[in-house]
Design a protein around this ligand. Structure first.
Ligand code: ADP
Ligand code: MG
Length: 290
């Protein structure tokens, strides 16, 4: 199960990780008062959908030169106006599929002065039964693109959950990200907090892209993507409450009410199978025989 950026940032805040102050807006008429609660002088308006690449995404029926799903504004009025423009429209990104996703919520947050954009993610590494850290100095870009064009710029290592996290891991991340001075200590602290959040909340993925160094030299989580192990949701009531069913495929959602796993795919042949492996093999055989 995935959650929105603003929800992920609230969790990060609860665990003491540095995030910008922000407000979520569900109704156009709330945009102005929400923006007014923030300090400025820059307000960033961000479409909340369960897909990345929003900044470079495009709204359907966009006006010529219209910006994507992340917009920098310089007044409360402008922030409110941009938020209102996004609500209810469909945003298409490279992760949303061609149909795009409807923007039902926007997040308005304080603008950050960015010196560097970095990448940091935690994942479950099923191969080694460990928690993997993936780090890159090339933040703000698609990590898939970095992996394809400059794989040497991605460093990863894993932590044995039985032994747990230590300062050594945080320093390793700091070194991989080219951090120096006070940032090293901040990074060790951040890595400890992210690891604790990841384990305690049964995460499958926690991606900060970008993790930034501000012009004042501090670390801050500027974007956050979080996914949780569905099999653990029974013991994660607070996380389950963050579920946004409008982001899910209606057929998969209906099936889940009956404890069925339904995977919506293209085509005309449906397969009813017992187990994921058998499902894949059956699909392959049908395809093989045309
Ligand atoms: P996505 O990955 O979906 O495009 P991000 O949250 O990563 O969305 O935003 C895209 C880019 O917009 C970031 O890499 C960053 O350069 C900029 N950005 C996002 N939030 C802020 C902010 N609060 N202040 C300044 N710039 C921001
Ligand atoms: Mg991002």
């Amino acid at each position: 199960m995935n959650i929105h950026e603003y929800q992920a940032k609230e969790l990060l805040r609860q665990y003491g990780a540095p995030v910008s102050d922000g407000r979520v807006v569900l109704k156009a008429e709330e945009a102005k008062s929400a923006a007014g609660e923030l300090d400025g002088p820059v307000w960033v308006v961000k479409a909340q959908i369960h897909a990345g690449g929003r900044g470079k995404g495009r709204f359907k029926e966009a006006a010529a030169g219209e910006k994507g799903g992340v917009r920098v504004t310089r007044s409360v009025a402008e922030a409110a106006e941009e938020a209102q423009k996004m609500l209810g429209r469909t945003l298409v990104t490279h992760q949303s599929g061609p149909a795009g996703k409807t923007v039902n919520r926007v997040f308005i947050e304080d603008g950050a002065a960015i010196a560097r954009e970095l990448y940091l993610a935690l994942l479950v590494d099923r191969g080694s039964s460990r928690i993997a850290f993936v780090c890159s100095t090339e933040g703000g870009m698609d990590i898939e693109e970095v992996a394809a064009s400059t794989p040497e710029k991605i460093l990863s290592f894993s932590v044995d959950p039985a032994a747990g996290i230590s300062g050594f891991h945080g320093r390793r991340v700091a070194f991989a990200l080219g951090l120096e001075g006070k940032q090293v200590k901040q990074c060790v602290d951040l890595v400890n907090r992210l690891y604790r959040l990841f384990v305690e909340r049964d995460c499958e993925m926690l991606e900060i892209n970008p993790l930034i160094v501000t012009e004042d030299g501090d670390l801050r989580c500027l974007d956050a993507k979080m996914g949780f192990d569905s099999n653990a949701l029974y013991r994660q009531k607070e996380i389950l409450a963050l579920r946004d069913e409008t982001e899910e495929d209606p057929k998969e959602l209906e099936a889940s009410k009956f404890d069925l796993n339904y995977i919506a795919l293209d085509g005309e042949i449906g397969c009813m199978v017992n187990g994921a492996g058998l499902a894949m093999a059956t699909m392959d055989i049908i395809k093989l025989y045309g």
